[in-house]
Design a protein around this ligand. Structure first.
Ligand SMILES: NC(=O)C1=CN([C@@H]2O[C@H](COP(=O)(O)OP(=O)(O)OC[C@H]3O[C@@H](n4cnc5c(N)ncnc54)[C@H](OP(=O)(O)O)[C@@H]3O)[C@@H](O)[C@H]2O)C=CC1
Ligand SMILES: O=C(O)[C@@H]1CCC=N1
Length: 264
């Protein structure tokens, strides 16, 4: 078992908290008996977390934990009133700054991370940022926790976490939007809906494996297809001429603005 610390997840029955807890146990990184999960109600998460303790008492959770993960909605953070001054605090809350967390919890060892919903299948790319008080030993634990959810990646500037809220934090949402648009167009052209759904999913989730490998570059695929000057080039060039990149950029900017407003 890689992590022998006791980890308390405030909001541990919610979508992401439950997912992280389940991934930690399923990957073998933690024994579920070292996990404490809190919620305001007795509602449990959808994924099983064998061995975990459940509580509604955050003060008890913090007292018994070496590491406290904050996984409540950003707007609920101000109501927590915890003293985590001697704990490693890991926040997955969008938009809540390390300074806010230090001020409200007394913590000096703070990590901010942005997983995404694909953590439920252990495919979340999870950027994380550590404040200067976080030790190398703490960082190894953080990396293991997020590798259990897919792939953790340290960033050296807190601003990059705020950026990633929109980009990586959105997880499968952008590929799903693309698949939905492909499917809708195919249906509008008269293709059977079930076939269109399978076809769109095949392109977005299967064909994309061509650039999913570490040594592969999506830009190279786009260039190669444009240089081929065939049907794919006609589609790509039309999309690019209509400022596909600008639409993506404005969506990401909107996510960043929303994250900043959540922190207020
Ligand atoms: N979902 C995602 O893909 C991502 C989410 N995040 C961030 O993760 C955080 C959690 O999001 P998500 O899991 O989706 O949200 P959920 O609403 O699913 O979960 C939040 C949980 O917090 C619990 N909670 C609220 N207040 C308290 C409290 N005072 N004490 C204990 N538990 C409390 C709620 O419990 P109850 O139901 O019992 O009231 C709920 O289960 C958010 O800050 C979000 O920004 C970041 C990246 C991706
Ligand atoms: O949509 C959201 O608010 C959550 C937080 C970051 C990514 N997803």
């Amino acid at each position: 078992m890689a992590i022998n610390a006791t980890v308390g997840i405030i909001g541990g029955n919610g979508w992401l908290g439950n997912t992280m807890a389940s991934a930690a146990v399923a990957s073998g990184v933690m024994d579920g008996r070292r996990l404490i999960l809190s919620g305001r109600t007795d509602r449990r998460g959808a994924l099983d977390v064998p061995g975990a303790t459940h509580t509604r008492n955050n003060h008890e959770l913090v007292a018994k934990s070496d590491i406290v993960i904050l996984s409540v909605r950003p707007e609920d953070f101000a109501d927590l009133h915890i003293d985590a001054s001697d704990k490693l605090v890991i926040s997955v809350m969008a938009g809540v700054t390390a300074q806010d967390i230090a001020t409200r919890s007394g913590a000096t060892r703070i990590v901010r991370a942005i997983p995404n919903a694909a953590a439920s299948i252990r495919h979340s790319f999870t950027p994380w940022f550590a404040t200067p008080g976080v030790s190398e030993a703490d960082k190894r634990i953080v990396q293991e926790l997020f590798d259990a959810c897919g792939e953790g990646a340290e960033v050296l500037q807190e601003a990059h976490i705020d950026y990633c809220v929109g980009m990586t934090g959105s997880g499968a949402a952008f590929p799903a939007l693309l698949a939905q648009a492909l499917q809708a167009h195919a249906v509008a052209q008269g293709l059977p809906a079930a076939f269109a759904a399978r076809a769109a999913k095949g392109v977005v989730a299967q064909a994309s494996q061509l650039f999913a490998r570490e040594d592969s570059d999506p830009g190279a695929i786009v260039r190669k297809m444009i240089e081929y000057r065939g049907t794919t080039a006609a589609a790509l060039q039309t999309m690019l001429d209509q400022d596909f990149n600008r639409i993506i950029a404005s969506g990401l900017d909107a996510a960043a603005r929303k994250a900043a407003s959540l922190a207020k």
